[in-house]
Design a protein around this ligand. Sequence first.
Ligand code: OGA
Ligand code: FE
Length: 285
Amino acid sequence: MGIVDKNVKSLPFVQAELNYLAPTTEKPRTYAFAPPPGEPQSTLTSQPHLVPIFDVRPIVDGLSLDRQGFVLARHKTAVRDFADDEEIARVYYPEAEAFLRTTLKADRVFIFDHTVRKRIPGSADVRGVGPRQPATRVHVDQTDASGRNRVREHLPDEADRLLKGRVQVINLWRPIRGPLRDAPLAMCDATTVAPDDLVASDLIYPNRRGEIYAVTFNPTHRWFYAPDMDVDEVLLLKCYDSATDGRTRFGPHTAFTDPTTPVDAPPRESIELRTLVFHFDGHAD
Ligand code: OGA
Ligand code: FE
């Protein structure tokens, strides 16, 4: 059951098309760079569904990462120029690490990468060619296998010990130009997602293979977004949790085209950090 349905139905909403995965029998795969000759860039087939996406602001206090799989929080950043990778590493990484450690009461937070996106109308999201574009397929960044693998990949010497405790992959998502009215992010209330809706899909890089979940449509899904996000607001998105005690482990999300976006709204600019969040004793509140 999602966030008390009676309340949800009274929230303001927009209607938008979200790109789900068309049901498939073969494991989908996508090349992050040019595919080998004769292979398609991706075997994922999109199936758009028009759904209501509810304004989450009136109910933000009721959200939790362990249920809905996302929360909205306030956090000011001292970064002046998100085009400057050196400043991101020097200023944003430490401040985000401290913020997440405190907010999540974590023993340790390790940031493993970041992505800056700048929408260029009419551009496709091709890695290595221009800025990254909003991600317009419903997905979860990790799977059961790849979430755990992230610890081995990024902290190989400590992985055995760290994997005895609880580990989560949490994304920290922020507009870097606000208020954000173009190509916002939609989050699915993870309590409305059935395990069978998540379809493990390969993401193939030149030197490694990642795995994400694509998501098939289910009419139970309830979608939310935070209208007009500002630069001192962040979304925390759960992409993996090692806990198997009933907490949410995987939070689907996607960018979407909001039909109510003013025509003169500046194109979206955002940054997302992907992090490993550790609780050494295995539990957390
Ligand atoms: C993410 C994500 C997509 C976007 O932060 O994990 O999927 O368009 N972002 O910002
Ligand atoms: Fe994502």
